[in-house]
Each structure stands twice: as structure tokens, then as C-alpha cells.
Design a binder for this molecule. Sequence first.
Ligand code: ADP
Ligand code: MG
Length: 886
Amino acid sequence: MLKNPFTKNSLVNKYQSLINQINIFEDELKILTDSELRSKSFKLKKQYDAANSLDTVIAESFALTREASLRTLGLRHFDVQLLGGLVLNDKKIAEMKTGEGKTLVATLPASLNALTKKGVHIITVNDYLANRDQVSMGQIYRFLGLDTGLIQDGMSTSERKENYNADITYVTNYEVTFDFLRDNMALNISDVVLRPFNYCIIDEVDSILIDEAQTPLIISNNIPTPIEKYIVAAEISDYLELNSHYKVDEKNKNVILTEEGSKQIEKILRIQDLYDPRDPWIPYILNALKANALYFNNVHYIVQNNRIVIVDEFTGRIMPDRRWGDGLHQAIEAKEQLQIRQKTETVAAITYQNFFLLYPKLSGMTGTGKTAEIEFEKIYNLSVEEIPTARPTQRKDFPDLIYKDQFSKWNAIAQACNKISSTGQPILIGTTTVEKSEMLAQLLNEYKLSYQILNAKPENVRRESEIVAQAGKRGSITIATNMAGRGTDIILGGNINFKIQKKLYDILTLSKNYQIFKKENILESSIISQFEGSSQKFLSVLVSLLQDQKFLKLSDLDILRILRENDRISIPNISYQCSIRFLINELLSYNKKSQEQENLIVKNLGGLSIIGTERNDSRRVDNQLRGRCGRQGDPGTSRFFLSLDDNLLRLFGGPKIQNFMQTQIPDDSPLESEFITKSLDSAQERVEERAYQQRKNLFDYDDVLNKQRNIVYHERRQILESQSLQKNIFAYGEQIITELLLELREEKFSNKELITLVENLFGRNLILTQVRNLQSNINSFDLSELKLYLFNEFWLTYQSKIMELAVYGDGIIENLERSIILINTDRIWREHLQKMTLLREAVGWRGYGQRNPLYEYKQDAFYMFETREELLRHLVIYDLLRSSIL
Ligand code: ADP
Ligand code: MG
């Protein structure tokens, strides 16, 4: 039976009997040997094959995974973790607080669904986490006879393919989505890396399906860009005055030009019409103004290596691969006087929303899902289940403190840090921008406090995780953007794993390099002194490693990989891996005691103290920050320091707050006001609602394109997979002729024109004197005879092309046909995408009167799409009949 705290929970009731069954199985499995367990796993697979359903094997599979985890990692899934796993298997979102062990939870449904052999994807937010989770959880899967894959940035096609073929693959949302887009641009089936989608578990699901769902993922080509115009527009914007020449709408991130403004610009540029469609200036001017008035360095973007890199407003994290669209990015480059990069044309694009809906079985986990429940349900058809914590939470969330202005607020934060840290209690401060974190750092300097500051650069993800992991150490102060080190466990008293890895790395690489360069034997005594108190065995393993010639040849990076137990390295390193694992374990047990002591001390100090410096645009993000403390029943506190002129209140607080601002707060003393807190809550909800509507809107519009994309990708895949396309070619040719004749009957063109059209297409002269000489009415000759004649001509032309190419070898014609169809499919799709983008923009400003713009958009999109098959047929036949091998 499950114990408190959740006996009366209806979710628990629903799964109670399954959980009981798992526990019963566990008793049976406990007494088996490792190899007996493995054969159980094998039997389970057979059982699944026979029944062709997972339902009957859930309990036994979960029990097996739990036992495998206990024997490999020493971690036994708690009952609440079983509950989480069952929820994930039921295509839902499991909300489990930070530190509840979601990584381990995923192993349960993953192992179960791996029995299908159709693949399981576990999606993480960055490469570092994918690697970490695959390496650690891989041990459980391997024990069960399942293999795991890992996708990382920079991997080759064949590596990707191999890793996607594994039973369970760890991959980031970014990599898997791009692989999908690339697969659908492949000209050869052997370049396709993904298998058909099956089951997917998304970790940090709100971050991926909500925060990142705002912008589509795009693969693009460069196109010519009027760079001069951006530069001139940036210069002009300096001569324009706010309010008289243009107005700024901060809420909607928009600028509007006044009459006077337009005139002024036309005067400066000496042009007649700013809006002249043949030489339009208006988009450049508007973007330049936006760049000046609404987008700020170190807030919305940073300048890195002479490039504008977007900073995500929600997370403070930079997004190096994203660019603002519609010329805004170029306008900002012009403003910062950087080189202006080419505009790009979309070759393939998809939103995360539509991408993840491709999985027939989708699930997710997060610490903060409940406040976005409606969105998950409406868009993804995913319900959110709150899983109780294994131990009762002890975190205390103090009420917000509200200050008059930024100055008083930040001073108060610095003072609070000074006071809290005087006892040694660790502090984690969440900030929203790089600029603010640096400002706070300077304030802390004045108090002579030492701190760690995290900037959101992607190359620092690992370092970021290390720093965040140590945020629970006694006396540490960590300033981080809100989401920094997401997925990293903050252990009170510090995380010794990182510390030990680093110490070993330093000593191994140092002594290695010393040996290589000085060609001397290492000084055993110096090592011994560093590891004083270690066992004899420990020292002898260490010394023998450092005397091993092959080991000494490894690069520093290899050593780092072994230390991180990255098992994607080549087999010969395995032996070192064992030695190093032994060293790590020795150090761990040696340091365990001091870690436990430190842990206890920090607990007594009150655990981790979280300081929020601004309410975010969504409650979820605030909760993420709060959730960094109080893991697994640890003590901890959280408090937000706010100011009446924080963006959220200023923009969305309403007139009452403005009033309050002027009158109520006399000096530096803070206010704990029910009224303000409520206003903030509702402002936040309003912002969330708006953001949701925007995403919903994006989703609704993308829906049209999505259906079209599904059709194109489906057809494309059939072409890609087929051996011979002769039938298609015949059908194309005949259809073209039939259509031409239909049009002839409708008198869309003359007989002569018909002949020219067909000749152009076939690339040779037709005889057909009968038609050539015909002066009058088309009804005076037999259309079906003409049709037969043209069919025949087409077949002949096609046959002679085949013969011509056949001499170059087997399969040439098949490959050529396939490529021609694929390339033209892609070309038409690419052009369709550009047209759709234009249509989307046009819908924004086109007056529709009473009509619904979305409806109009769908109609137009439908017509635009319809013409594509006819176009494809023409292009393919034209290209094919003219092709030759050089
Ligand atoms: P989350 O992703 O939910 O924030 P993690 O997966 O990072 O949590 O796990 C947090 C910590 O809890 C890890 O150190 C992990 O080893 C530990 N943990 C998870 N499950 C268990 C368990 N059943 N027993 C003991 N420790 C566990
Ligand atoms: Mg996690």
C-alpha cells in the first residue's frame, strides 16, 4: 500500500492496483540473479510480441526496470515515481517538482515502450543533458538488454542513423526537429536518419512546447539583400523625433509613423512616396525605428563576435541560431553598425507544436505544468497530472517585497544578500537580463561579497550546470538568469561529483603532460600528498594509470570523456574507464562523510535561499525559480523583490497601480501589499493569456501549412522509397496531354499553339501535319485520335531517352527520374513557402471587412497549393526529356 501523503488522491486511486501489482512483481524479482532477470526481460519481449499490446506487460516491465535500476545505479524508484511513469505511458504530462527524479521516472515508460522495437525518443533541452541522461540511465537499459542512442550537435548522418536505430534515443528538441526537416529534403533514402515516429517523452515539456513554440524552426538559403537601404534607414531614424514623427506602442512591440514623420523622411530621401511598391522604403524605416525604440543591447540581444544574438526574454538565455524575421535583424545590425547579413529564404520550416504532434504517442514531464494546463490540452491534447512529492515539501515562499523604484529595489536585494550570506546560507538569485545580472554583481562588489555570475552563452552549458550544481554550497552566492542550468540538481552542501571529477581531471592531465614533456617519471610522492588518507589500492591504480604508455597518449579531451563516462568512445578506453570509475568511487566514499556533514550544516542554516528580482511574464517561470530550492523535502526559502516600475506592473498593471506608485510609497521602505500582489498575479495571467493567444494564433495559421506539409512530405517519401518511377512518368505525361487537350477544347489556345506547347515540352519537332494544316474549328478533327497520337509521341520520346541514358549503366535512369521529381517537388514547396509567408503578412494588413482573415488565408492557401501538382508534372517532364549525362 502507498503511504501518506497521498492516500486520498484520485490519481493515485486510479493507478493503485497497477502500483500494487508492480510491488508484488518486485518481490518475485528481488531473489533472481542478474542473468535470470535479463532472461525475464527477454521473455517479456516475447510476451509483448504474442499479445501485440503493452497493456498486459506494464506491471512486470516497470518492476523489472525498478530492479535493474537498483542493481546498476543503486536507486530504487519511489512509488510516486512509478505513478509518474504510468502517467507518462498514458500519453499525459506528469508534473513532478524539481528534484523528484524525473530522469529516473522516464526509464520506466521508456523500457516498456522499447519492447515494441519501434524506438523511444527522450527529448531534453540541451546536448549536455542528453549526454548526461543517456550515460547514466543507459546502465539500466543495458542491464535489461536494451540499447541506447545519443544524438549530439555535429554528428554525421551515419552516426545519427545508428543512434536513432537504438531502442531508446536521447536527443534535444532542436536536433530531432532539424533531422526531421533534413530527412524530408534528402535525395537519397540512405540519407534519411529517422525511423517513423513512435513514442516520445519530453523532459521540461513546458519549456519546449510552450516557451519555444513561439517561433518556427527554419532551414534557409541566402537571398539578395538591399544592404544600403538598411544603413540609410538607420541613419534617418536618428533624425526622427518620438511622438512628433513616430509613436511607439511598447505593449505590442510596434511603431507607427505620423503624417509629419512620413513627410520628413520623404524630404530627407528626396523621394515622392515612401510607400512606392516599386521602391518601397517604408519597411526599412519602420524596422530601423523599431530597432531603436524597442530592441536594446544586453536586454533583447547581445553583440557577440560582431553578430546580433537574440536573448530569449523569458529565460535570459541566448538563442544563437535564431534570427528575427522580416528585416528586423538586419535593421538591428545596421543600428549597431555591424556587417549586415543576407536575408534568407525558407527552404523548410516547422513549429515545435506541429512537429511533436507527429508522434502517435506523446508524453512529457516538468516541474511546472499546471498553470499552462489549458494550452497543453487544447493544442497538444495532453492533460497534466500533478504527482505528489515523495516527501512533504518544506519550502517557504515569503510574500513579495515591493519597492518604490529600481534603485531602492536593487539596493535592498544587495543588502538582503549581505545579511543572508553572513550566516553562510547559500543564495541563488534569478535575473531576467545579462545587464541586470552585471549590475547586481557590481552592487555585491561594494559589499565585498564573492559570487558566481552566469552569462547565458551556449558554450557554457556544461560550466553553467557545474556552477548551478554548486549553488547549494555553504556561503555561495550565485547570480543566474532564471533558467540557467535547467535540469541540474542543486544539492545542499555542494555536489561532490563535479568536484571529484575536476580534481581527478587536473591531476591526470597535469601529470600526463608533465611526463610527456619532461620525459621524467612522475613524482609519486607529490601525488600521494594530494590524496592523503586514500587507500593503498587507490594510489596503486592511480600510479599504474600514469605509467601506462597508451594512457599517456590519450588527449586531455579523451580523459575528460572517460571521466564523464561518456560511453560513445571507442572500446580500447573501456579498461581505463574501469580504473577511473574505481578511483571516482573511492574518492566519493572518502568524501561522503564530509559531504553529509556539509549537507546537514546547510540544512540547519535554512537550506537554499532563492531571490527573485522581477516577476516574469509567466507564473511558470517564477515557479521554476522557486522550485530550485526545497528539493526532496529539503528546507529552503524564496522571496521576490519587486519595484512598482518593473516592466510587468508598468505595462500591464493598469491605472490604479500608476496612481499607487505616485502616492503610496514615501521612502526606501518596502511594502508587503495584498493589493499589489493581486494586481501582479492578474497582470501575469493577462500576459500569459496574451502569449497563449499569440501561440494559438500561430498554431491556427500554421495548421494550414502543416496539412500541406504532411501531404508533400508523404508523397515525397513515396518517391524517395520507390525503386522505379516509370509509372509516375507515364502518368505525368499522359495527364499533361489530357489537360492540354481539355484546354484546347475550351479554346484556351489555338491548334498551333498547342503544337508549340507540346513541342516545347518534348524538346523535339512533331510531324502531325493534320493539325498543323488545320485552319478552322477544332471540332472538325477527332480529339481522341489526336490524344492517341500525342501519347504515342510521348512514349517514343521517353523510350528513346531511356535508351540514350541506359548506356551509362544500370539504375541511371531510375536515379535520374527520382532526383528530378524530388528536386522539383522541393523547388515548388520552397516557392510555396515564400508565397505563404507573403500571404501571411498580407492577411495582417489587408482589409477584409466583415470577413474572417484566418478563413481568407485558408482559402487562398488552398488555391495556391492546388496548382502544385500540375506544375510538378510539367517541370518533371520538361527536365527529364531534356536531361543528358555530361
Ligand atoms: P528532476 O529532473 O525531477 O528535477 P533529477 O532527475 O535531476 O530530478 O533527480 C534529482 C536527484 O534525485 C538526482 O540526484 C537523482 O539521483 C536523485 N534520485 C532520483 N530518484 C531517486 C530515487 N528513487 N532514490 C534516490 N535518489 C533519487
Ligand atoms: Mg530534470
